[in-house]
Design a protein around this ligand. Structure first.
Ligand code: CIR
Length: 253
């Protein structure tokens, strides 16, 4: 998978009004924006063309664009985010997504956050979580299976999203929480197992064989280095306060 584009959205001044379970204080809006700008700079440095939508103060989680759509070469699925407060975010992202991909919309009682969707080549692992339900997974599967994708549902009881506990880091390797180590659903992949106190750093983003990882997680950094890929560290302190990470701030395609 080679990415050439990303869609992002500027965090709003209202960012502290979003949903969170982190309990580590309120994010500073100016520092949030500066961490966001660093993130966009990294994407640009990796050669991606980045489209950045304006902030949406009425939707304080709207810069977590990953949850609103899932893009692949053949199409985009526009989700119905699991949190009621976030459902309105899709109407402003869909027109931009539609410029790049044929868009298929979820409907009815289907619920899905893109943070639950882990794509590895022609495979999708999709978390069954408080944000993504069975109907969401079956509508998603119906849209993508005709293009040869294989969809596997993964029950997730801890953490917000599937990608809060497992991510793909290249070289046929997953980085995942201790709880999911040796889970048969991920058979066939090498594993990097996260130390309990560094679980947050599992939200490492693999782009064109470079890894972007949150700074301040030395054990994870040491383990990632064994892959031999270039690694860029970036501070996500404010993003973390709102349960966000590196994957959530962009749609990559
Ligand atoms: C939420 O609870 O929806 C946001 N505060 C965080 C969303 C993070 N999204 C992601 O990891 N894909």
């Amino acid at each position: 998978m080679h990415f050439t584009h990303a869609i992002t959205r500027l965090p709003a001044d209202t960012v502290a009004g979003g949903l969170t379970t982190a309990n580590i204080g309120a994010p500073d809006p100016a520092l949030t924006r500066s961490q966001f700008r660093d993130y966009v700079d990294i994407l640009l440095r990796l050669g991606l063309t980045v489209s950045t939508l304006p902030a949406q103060p009425d939707f304080p989680d709207a810069h977590f664009v990953e949850d609103t759509a899932v893009l692949m070469p053949e199409l985009a699925v526009i989700t119905q985010p699991g949190a009621a407060a976030r459902r309105g975010e899709v109407s402003s992202i869909a027109p931009l997504v539609s410029r790049f991909r044929h868009a298929v919309w979820m409907n009815g009682d289907a619920r899905m956050d893109g943070g639950d969707v882990l794509m590895i080549d022609k495979r999708f692992f999709v978390g069954l979580t408080s944000r993504t339900n069975e109907a969401g997974i079956s509508q998603f599967a119906a849209a993508v299976e005709k293009f040869g994708y294989v969809v596997t549902a993964v029950e997730v009881s801890a953490g917000l999203h599937l990608k809060s506990i497992v991510n793909y880091v290249g070289r046929n390797t997953l980085i995942l929480s201790e709880d999911r180590a040796d889970d048969p659903v991920f058979r066939g992949y090498q594993q990097i197992v996260l130390a309990k106190e560094e679980e947050y750093a599992g939200n490492t983003l693999w782009i064109n064989d470079t890894l972007i990882t949150p700074s301040g997680y030395p054990d994870t950094l040491r383990k990632l280095k064994t892959l031999g890929l270039p690694i860029i560290e970036t501070d996500t302190s404010e993003i973390r306060k709102m349960d966000g990470g590196l994957t959530c701030m962009s749609l990559r395609f």
